[in-house]
Design a protein around this ligand. Structure first.
Ligand code: ATP
Length: 343
């Protein structure tokens, strides 16, 4: 086992550099055995005269296998393909995993939310295959392949089994998209029936599912879905627990793992020093847990647990950024966590 684990850090755009710096500071104070190598993507890379997703950044993730990534801005309508989507595709990070949990000291309509969203990360409408077939008429291709649907299903059931999740619910719209969502459903059912029939499994048409989540999120546990649905449901679920400042995520392939918050670059608050670094800090905790599991290094688990305890304490002590009703700056919240690391 190396004495220190090399990992890539991609600060990203908008609030990305500020929240990344705050998180790196907390990890260092917690003694996490990680050495970050900084690489750029997004507008930051373009400003350096590089590609929006430089080959050197992709190569660095391939070399170290683990990255912590800030959000990269994606212009609406025109411009380059989303860096986030490109990175997931080029590294084949096919599974996005987003735990959504109630936090101490963050009162919301519900106090016992505990959901995990599994999003297929490489296909669906995010294939980016769009054409103007005649002037004024465009098509956008939704892709579903048996291999990709099967591997995300298997990853979700493996996770459910390992973590003792109570059931897997697939959100879909197979009543309308009979072939694409129909294939997704077929593949999940097959993986369930052949390999995981001890785990309760159900299907739910997504529009009714949205209504049910906001009525009572505790009726769900692990939610599995294709790419676009996963994107939308992640933000909806974030709204149940305090917003985008508190929902982390991981993008996992067979070889590499990129950890990033669900939120975007939040241009409306960029540069003001008020962004909540917690979502990226929680993503960093997921990264430490991943390192602990894959590299068998208990020091990573210890640092992850210490950081988790410290941010929970900070929230209980009402140490919060503006999005959660507090007054702390990005750095102020990081300092509040650091002060509680050894308490
Ligand atoms: P992008 O184009 O990069 O996706 P966006 O503005 O569309 O950016 P988000 O960045 O996800 O989407 O922001 C949505 C809203 O949530 C914004 O009002 C933003 O300020 C707020 N928000 C997102 N992340 C945070 C955070 N970490 N702390 C505080 N507020 C946040």
């Amino acid at each position: 086992m190396p004495t220190i684990h090399d990992a890539v850090i991609i600060p990203g755009d908008g609030i990305g550099p500020a929240v990344s710096a705050a998180v790196a500071k907390v990890l260092s104070a917690a003694g996490a055995p990680v050495r970050f190598h900084e690489h750029h993507a997004g507008l930051a890379a373009l400003e350096d005269g590089d590609d929006v997703l430089p080959q050197s950044t992709v190569d660095a993730v391939r070399e170290h296998h683990v990255a912590l990534k800030g959000p990269c801005t994606t212009p609406v309508g025109k411009g380059f393909t989303s860096v986030n989507v490109q990175l997931r595709k080029r590294l084949d990070l096919f599974a996005a995993i987003r735990p959504v949990r109630s936090l101490p000291g963050v009162p919301t309509r519900y106090d016992d939310v505990d959901l995990v969203i599994f999003r297929e990360n490489t296909e669906g409408l995010y294939s980016g295959v769009e054409n103007e077939i005649v002037p004024g008429v465009v098509t956008s291709l939704k892709i579903a392949s048996r291999d990709a649907c099967t591997r995300i299903a298997r990853r979700a059931f493996v996770y459910a089994k390992r973590r003792g999740r109570k059931k897997v619910t697939v959100f879909h719209k197979a009543n309308i998209m009979k072939l694409s969502d129909g294939l997704f459903l077929d593949c999940v059912k097959q993986v369930h029936d052949d390999e995981f029939n001890d785990i309760p499994y159900e299907t739910q048409i997504i529009d009714a599912g949205c209504m049910k989540i906001v009525q009572d999120p505790t009726q769900f546990d692990l939610l599995l879905m294709e790419n676009l649905y996963g994107d939308v449901i992640s933000d909806l679920a974030a709204g149940l627990v305090g917003g985008l400042g508190v929902v982390p995520g991981s993008n996992l392939g067979d070889e590499d793992a990129v950890f990033e918050a669900v939120h975007g670059s939040a241009p409306d608050i960029a540069g003001k020093g008020i962004a909540n670094p917690l979502a990226l800090l929680m993503s960093a905790v997921m990264m430490l847990n991943h390192l602990s599991e894959t590299r068998k290094d208990d020091r990573c688990l210890k640092a992850a647990n210490a950081i988790k305890k410290a941010y929970n304490r900070a929230l209980e002590d009402n140490q919060k950024t503006g999005d959660l009703g507090g007054t702390l700056t990005t750095d102020g919240f990081a300092d509040a966590v650091i002060e509680r690391l050894n308490g």
